[in-house]
Design a protein around this ligand. Structure first.
Ligand code: PEP
Ligand code: MN
Length: 354
């Protein structure tokens, strides 16, 4: 039995040919778990010489696939002309990509074009982790009169080192859910992962977080894909993914409580991970300082600087409701480790010059 309480969108990153689309859709459909076929027709690419999508003709292929498989279809739209073209065909759902969602002018133009039209719209998160920008894009679409709006979490531009293509800041979609209780939030593990090996882990995380659906990139022959080749699953891999994924327990009396608790815990996990990453960064800089001091023959401990750190940080902590004692203890621990690191660096460098 298909254990599925979520909506599943799947299909190639880009429509490339009629055969590729029909074959991919047919195989995807056989899994029995996919509701909506995705395919990029117009691709927002970083460089002008990258594959920019097949354009308008792809909509004829999608119509055909829809007729053959019965799957609903969704296409990315970035301009009012794209919307117009999709409406001329049988596209069921539109999606606004991360790059477009990052630009309020573009979103507003799309919103204007959507006025008086009834079609569900998915809004991916903007590239930067600015929840206000994401909320703004969603509001513009709601304000255009669109009733069925859903958000898609596809991660954020990797401004810091990460194994993923885009950083999943889970606390942001969670915060979005707390602001819009009735908004469905889907996750796009493919664009977060960037490579197929992480897709399962991220999809599971999304299910654990009680997200309402998944958008998964699948290609009949990923190696030959014209865009996002490394993150697209084969239809067989999609089938395997569904076997591995653990869906949440059926609703029970205290499910509300458990859902909320889980959401809080996920926020804590995400913030802890960020704290640890920040600590690692801080230690790295401490090592650089150690090297710099050593080269300039300056002592490691600078009392004035340490006193300044203690006083400014405890003041900031107090403003944010954190007790002075707690911040002081935490800083002492960090400072101690930082001194150790600097000492190690100095010893190493001295050893070299001796
Ligand atoms: C896509 O879904 O293929 C895509 C371009 O996604 P995003 O806008 O999330 O980068
Ligand atoms: Mn893609």
């Amino acid at each position: 039995m298909v254990d599925k309480r979520i909506v599943v969108i799947s299909g190639p990153c880009s429509a490339e040919s009629e055969e590729q689309l029909i074959q991919t859709a047919t195989e995807i459909n056989k899994t029995g778990k996919v509701d909506i076929l995705r395919a990029g027709i117009w691709k927002p690419r970083t460089r002008p010489d990258n594959f920019e999508g097949v354009g308008y003709k792809g909509l004829f292929w999608l119509d055909k696939v829809k007729e053959q498989t019965g799957l609903l279809t969704t296409v990315e739209v970035a301009t009012p002309v794209h919307i117009e073209n999709c409406l001329r065909h049988q596209v069921d759902i539109l999606w606004i990509g991360a790059r477009t969602a990052s630009n309020p002018f573009s979103v507003q133009e799309l919103a204007e074009a959507l006025k008086g039209i009834e079609i569900p719209v998915l809004v991916k998160n903007p590239l930067n982790p600015d929840i206000g920008l994401w909320i703004g894009a969603i509001e513009r679409i709601y304000n255009a009169g669109i009733k069925k709006v859903a958000a898609v979490h596809r991660g954020f531009y990797p401004f810091e080192e990460t194994a993923f293509r885009n950083i999943p800041k889970w606390e942001i979609p969670i915060e979005l859910k707390t602001r819009f209780h009735n908004l469905s939030i889907l996750c796009d593990p493919s664009h977060i992962a960037g490579t197929t090996e992480f897709v399962h882990e991220i999809a599971q995380r999304a299910l654990d977080l009680n997200m309402d659906g998944l958008m998964l990139e699948v290609h009949i022959d990923p190696k030959s894909a014209l865009s996002d080749a490394s993150q697209q699953l084969t239809p067989t891999e999609l089938e395997e993914l569904f076997k591995k994924l653990k869906f949440r327990d059926p609703i029970s009396d205290d499910s509300d409580f458990r859902n909320h608790l889980e959401q809080y815990r996920e926020q804590i996990d995400s913030l802890d991970a960020q704290m640890i990453e920040l600590l690692a960064k801080r230690m790295n800089i401490a090592e650089q300082i150690g090297e710099y001091k050593s080269k300039n023959n300056v002592a490691i401990l600078q009392l004035e600087r340490w006193e300044n750190i203690l006083s400014t940080r405890t003041t900031l902590g107090r403003k944010l409701g954190l007790p002075k004692k707690f911040i002081k203890k935490l800083l002492q621990l960090i400072h101690k480790e930082s001194i150790t690191k600097q000492t190690e660096v100095m010893r190493k460098l001295n050893g070299k010059t001796n």
